[in-house]
Design a protein around this ligand. Structure first.
Ligand code: THU
Length: 161
């Protein structure tokens, strides 16, 4: 029997420890929480991506009276970014959440479906996407989706490679 150990290094940064580029994406995600349409959960999520063309695209969760028809902030943002700039690569992604008017004390981590979508974007980019999960005081900086989705399914798996 062989044992495979999987682990990840996650940097926990204070606001001042972020680079200016990181800060800009984090601030865009926090600001995007204010555009959330979440009359059912009242959980306002914002996401932002930095593209290799220099653009920052942001978005938020969009809920629906038919609950499963709603979409998370991450997927709203990523799909819009890819639809607007099909050739662009996503370099960084930030996610933040707001409840009762305040950015949450805990980080907001992407759901499983969003992780799978980030996995596809990383495949399209051909390089790890820096994922920044924000709380009020700190930002978890994660180098690539593999840390959040080990053994993610991508094009190569589909092709049996
Ligand atoms: N939500 C997101 O937008 N992203 C996450 O990472 C977690 C959950 C949304 C979905 C739903 O609109 C609300 O938060 C409560 O689950």
């Amino acid at each position: 029997m062989k044992t495979l150990e999987i682990g990840a290094k996650i940097q926990i940064c204070s606001q001042t420890e972020l680079t200016l580029e990181q800060k800009n994406v984090v601030e865009a995600a926090k600001k995007a929480t204010l555009t959330s349409y979440s009359p059912y959960s009242h959980f306002q999520v914002g996401a932002a991506v930095l593209l290799d063309n220099g653009e920052i695209i942001s978005g938020s969760n969009q809920e629906n009276a038919a609950y499963p028809s709603g979409l998370c902030a991450e997927r709203t943002t990523i799909f819009y970014a890819h639809a607007k700039y099909p050739e662009a690569k996503i370099l960084k992604l930030a996610v933040a959440a707001r409840t009762n008017g305040e950015i949450t004390k805990d980080i907001c981590a992407p759901c499983g479906a969003c992780r799978q979508v980030i996995c596809e974007s990383e495949y399209r980019a051909g390089a790890p996407i820096e994922i920044m999960l924000c709380s009020k005081e700190e930002t978890y900086v994660i180098n690539g989706i593999n840390a959040l989705l080990p053994f993610g399914f991508n094009y190569d798996n589909l092709m049996g490679q």
